[in-house]
Write a protein that binds this ligand. Sequence first.
Ligand code: TXA
Ligand code: MG
Length: 363
Amino acid sequence: MTTVVYLDYNNSTMETKIRQVEPNRIDRNIIEEAGRLIAAGELVAFPTETVYGLGGDAMHPLAARKIYAAKGRPSDNPLIVHIADFADMKKVAARLPEQAGKLAEAFWPGPLTMIVEKNDSVPEETTGGMNTVAVRMPEHPVALALIRASNCLIAAPSANTSGRPSPTEASHVMEDLSGKIAMILDAGSVEIGIESTIIDLTEQAPMILRPGYITREMLEEVLGEQVMVDPGIIDSDDSRKPKAPGMKYRHYAPKAELVIVDGTEDAVVQKINELVRRKKDEGKKTAVIASEETRRRYEADVVLCIGTRSDENAIAQHLYKILRECDELDAEEIYSESFQTPRIGSAIMNRLLKAAGHTVITV
Ligand code: TXA
Ligand code: MG
């Protein structure tokens, strides 16, 4: 399949309806309206526990094309199929590896995506021409209610313009996709803030293609076997191609240059301030991404606080919002502390390193 970027699918802007939904008291009328739109081949953005998704009927090639067009996403970057019941995996998978049942039991609904062999009913548009399919059962009452109301399986990438940070609140979706999709379901800020862990079950050994909230240790404990990590996502050198096509793109890149400074707390603060002073002398506007613990120590024009180091979940939750804020600041140079936190540090740093194009100063 050749790679195509579908531009302006029908060349017209549409009215994007925005509907507030209370996750604990879901309005049936709204969910049914959204479900009918999906069933009719339209696109609806909806909250999940990780990030907002841009949903369309996974079995409808035209819906997949609309998704690529709305995001400006290359058509060789496959979509994740969202399901509400484990039995629905049989509708898309050629066969189910034994590990799938164990992982579903332990982590679904939740922030884990499994790659399995696809069957013939899944259109190649949905899987970007691949013979495998990504499947996830999200843990958000609005997402699950939408899937059930639509009576469809929902293909959903993150609901951002390709290359921008994933949306963690409905206003981010509006910024990127207003006028391009039929509806946005607004249920406030998401809980996790970084996309699901992706595990590939189609090779000899299970392999993580994208790190997330579900860690390698958690997966190994449930599977009782070693889980590999795709070398293509660890290495910054371009010779190794990540297996998840989406991981090869320089995602989440702010407009300004972003540099990560890594080291002990005092050394980092000192180095960043030194770099800030130098840029200021050149007449450049600077920003720093700092933790609650250090934010008062910086001399930059703007200091963005990502949260306290004692709460790594909060750091993950704020990351994309902060990267979006960086774009609004019109800062020319951004310095960030490193957030190699104990449990999900590799998932956080995977996103931050990509945003920085792997520019790291170690002090
Ligand atoms: O948390 C999430 O996973 C969110 C929410 C909305 O569920 N979705 C999400 O989708 O992050 P997206 O499209 O932004 O990222 C999907 C990633 C891409 O890197 C894509 O290349 C990879 O999954 N992927 C999808 N299908 C694949 C397949 N069959 N083989 C390898 N990688 C695949
Ligand atoms: Mg994405």
